[in-house]
Design a protein around this ligand. Sequence first.
Ligand code: HEC
Length: 222
Amino acid sequence: MKRILIFSLLVTILISSCHNQNQKKEKTQKKEYTPVAIHPDKVTNIVLDDSIRNMLLERGRELAGITQLKLKQELRKAIKQGGILNAISFCNKRAMEITDSISLAEKVYIKRLAKKYRNPVNDMSEDESKIYKAYIINHLSKKWSPAMITWNKKGQPVYYNPIVVDALCLKCHGAPGTDIKPEVAEKIAELYPDDKATNFRAGDLRGMWSITFPEYMVTDAK
Ligand code: HEC
């Protein structure tokens, strides 16, 4: 708990201290995407104390786990069926659909956010960038980066947890020319002219999960 408190403090300091580093860059790629809309049956007011925080952390962990598992299973299947090139088309067409279908079924908003994004839809807001920056600082100083719960401007609680790169990811997010084959790089450039999601190494942070719970409204935090 102490480590989480120190980490939350770091995030708060970052949120209030850096203003002009996250200006939105012009986006070159326009991909049609309509975000899902979740309508909870009712909204419950909550005070974010340790027990509610732990409940939401647990639920966030579970949902991120389910989504990651599903994405990885389908990714492996697509690679088996038609190699990496085929898997790129799979990610392009199905990654958001899979994430959104779990969001709809669970009545939450599940996102995989990235500062160095491939699909601009997954870019981070200013506040999210500050939270991510705290994760990056922790990561660079080889500190443990815990999942956390904060709340958004609407008062809805949000779960965040870093996404780490492993060997499988490098075929599409590693170094072009060595990890990423030329034909794969070509396909990525064709689908994502504004791609920033390359040159990662195993163990790097790739982005973070953001899971919003619209059925709750944070009225106070302890
Ligand atoms: C076969 C190629 C391929 C592999 C392998 C792959 N990705 Fe991706 N990844 C993509 C594509 C394409 C997108 C964009 C999907 C879209 O348009 O919704 C993407 C998007 C993402 C995103 C969403 C943020 C963004 O940049 O748009 C994250 C996070 C991500 N990948 C992480 C991973 C991780 C972690 C691994 C390894 C476990 C991995 N990827 C493996 C191709 C791949």
